[in-house]
Design a protein around this ligand. Structure first.
Ligand SMILES: C[S@@+](CC[C@H](N)C(=O)[O-])C[C@H]1O[C@@H](n2cnc3c(N)ncnc32)[C@H](O)[C@@H]1O
Length: 377
């Protein structure tokens, strides 16, 4: 479990480029997480940031920022679908000059086995980001087969959705499905049964994602957050959305098109075309989304829970360190790795700083590298 977080958020350089030159005024960071984007904005003069996050787990990070920036920063533990109320109730004098959504989960949420978000760790089926009415346990144990199939189909785009739903319903006739690993077993059973050439990561990540989207009503949240954001933005203000998957991406494009001079698709999901209201509010800066560059990196500290010996030339030396849910190769000279192996028992429980690059859709870090190991204070 990460104890500290020096999070360089995904696409922070791109966000910085879009916001430069930074105007003075109010910025709303709708997805505070580890506070990376908030901190970047606060580092510029004459900015104020109102940050939201539905997960109260992030509050300690907000307190650290609060100490440093005092009156220029406020954190509210709420969902961004509530943005309209938050802005009006708090009587924020100024309309925001920018509103930012960095969608998805933070590494804290993924790495915490108690969250039940990751198929790579065993945990109770939860997947709640905060302020939820239902959990993954409810979805998996209470919905009927048809609804389960639809969810896996629509939000997970899994071609074996029907069989997975059927096996879930069969299994829960014996006993409730309570853990992430029970669900993983069912998904893989369905894949084996179909004798598909399946990829464990893809299969599980998509089904888990589809359940998570329902538990947290993620598309509804996004839709409402965007509409309230757009309506409250100052003239010449900027709205930035970092999406994680194609369903979010499509929704953002539809809403942006609707509020811009682009063609207005008549969708029953968009606001009613009221003659008195001006929907021509946005100017879409570029049709092509900006995509993440490979060199984005995260920097976080994790607790070491295991040590693995290297293979081949690395025998007798530390090869990998094991953390909750993932492992990582250690960098360094052979002498250093040998010394680590000799002292392997004392490594358990220490903190390791890890650099890692872009996350996969289920948040598994890619290109991991341990850069430092130290004791707990
Ligand atoms: C990818 S992380 C954001 C990382 C952040 N930009 C940073 O720099 O550390 C997404 C965060 O948004 C939060 N979140 C997701 N949906 C939300 C919603 N509807 N309302 C408020 N917060 C939400 C999650 O709890 C999570 O902490």
């Amino acid at each position: 479990m990460s104890l500290e977080f020096n999070h360089i958020p995904v696409m922070s350089e791109e966000i910085d480029r879009i916001l430069t030159p930074y105007k003075s005024g109010l910025y709303v960071d709708c997805t505070f997480g580890g506070g990376g984007i908030t901190k970047k904005i606060l580092s510029k003069k004459n900015t104020k940031v109102l940050s939201l996050d539905r997960d109260n787990f992030v509050e300690p990070f907000s307190k650290v920022i609060s100490k440093q920036y005092n009156k220029r920063f406020e954190f509210i533990n709420d969902k961004f679908s509530n943005l309209q109320n938050i802005l009006s109730e708090r009587n924020f004098q100024k309309t925001p000059v920018a509103i930012i959504f960095d969608l998805g989960l933070s590494s804290f949420q993924i790495d915490n086995p108690e969250g039940g978000f990751s198929y790579r760790q065993d945990g109770l089926l939860k997947m709640t980001m905060g302020k939820n009415n239902i959990s993954a346990h409810d979805i998996v144990n209470k919905l009927d087969q048809k609804n389960l199939k639809n969810i896996f189909n629509l939000f997970g785009e899994d071609k074996d959705s029907g069989l997975i739903a059927k096996l879930i319903v069969q299994k829960r006739q014996d006993k409730q499905i309570t853990s992430t690993q029970e669900l993983v077993e069912i998904i893989l059973k369905a894949k084996r049964y179909k004798n598909n050439k399946y990829n464990k990561v893809d299969s599980c990540a998509k089904i888990f994602q589809s359940i998570r989207m329902i538990v947290n009503k993620e598309l509804t949240e996004l839709y409402e957050g965007l509409i309230f954001g757009i309506k409250n933005l100052s003239i010449d203000g900027k709205i930035i959305v970092i999406t994680f998957h194609s369903l979010e991406d499509k929704l953002v494009k539809k809403v942006f098109d609707f509020f811009s001079n682009k063609k207005k698709g008549t969708s029953r999901y968009l606001p009613e075309n009221n003659q008195n209201e001006n929907f021509n509010i946005l100017n879409i800066v570029s049709r092509k989304p900006v995509v993440a560059s490979e060199k984005e990196e995260y920097d976080a500290e994790f607790e070491i829970i295991g040590v693995e010996e290297g293979k081949g030339k690395l025998a007798g030396k530390v090869g990998k360190l094991v953390f909750n849910g993932f492992d990582s190769a250690v960098n360094g000279s052979h002498e250093y790795l040998e010394e680590l192996w000799l002292n392997r028992d004392s490594l358990i429980g220490k903190k390791a700083t890890i650099k890692y690059f872009n996350l996969t859709p289920d948040g598994i870090p890619r290109f991991l590298k341990v850069v430092a190991i130290r004791d707990y204070e």
